[in-house]
Design a protein around this ligand. Structure first.
Ligand SMILES: [Fe+2]
Length: 180
């Protein structure tokens, strides 16, 4: 299956007209899918490692590079993160499913909806608050460190993931035993 996304040329024309007239335009862009694989934690720390097979879109990313938004918001993985990669800022702040509210989406349920644009901040800030709660979540902090991602390490599972997997294996064995 092939997914392709097309931004309207009208968006670009409006932006280029604004620039030609010296106007500062704050651009927020949105997509359901992730433009880049780096926006997903590595497989060795995920309960669902196959998620990586449905993450990243060269088409979407190339459109963003052309658009140069001040902020790109995305969804799909239900993992809160806020990263700046090659000069573009990407963030996700998902409510998630009910069962995720106590897990990876807990920060969202604690601090509430995200205000990413506020016209009261004035032109100098571009309407974007300087500090968003997205910067305080674990994956943002972890992947903001230089060389945090290690593509060569595909086997060193996170400690919490080992515990979770062991629990799942035990539960499965229990269910199978009771079914006999
Ligand atoms: Fe999705």
């Amino acid at each position: 299956m092939k997914f392709e996304f097309y931004l309207s040329d009208l968006v670009f024309k409006i932006l280029f007209l604004d620039q030609a007239h010296g106007l500062k335009t704050t651009v927020l862009s949105y997509s359901h899918y992730l433009p880049r694989q780096e926006l997903l934690p590595e497989k060795r720390v995920l309960l669902a490692p196959l998620l990586a097979t449905v993450v990243g879109s060269d088409v979407l990313e190339s459109q963003l590079r052309r658009l140069q938004p001040d902020l790109h918001l995305f969804g799909h993985t239900h993992i809160p993160i806020d990263l700046t990669l090659e000069g573009l800022r990407y963030l996700q702040w998902p409510l998630g499913y009910a069962r995720e509210a106590l897990r990876q989406c807990a920060p969202i349920h604690k601090s509430g909806p995200l205000k990413v644009f506020d016209s009261d901040l004035g032109d100098s800030a571009g309407g974007i608050p300087s500090h968003l709660p997205t910067l305080d979540v674990d994956w943002t902090i972890y992947y903001s460190k230089p060389n945090a991602r290690d593509p060569n390490n595909t086997t060193d599972l996170a400690d919490w993931l080992k515990v979770r997997l062991e629990t799942l294996v035990k539960t499965k064995a229990e269910v199978e035993k009771n079914a006999k």
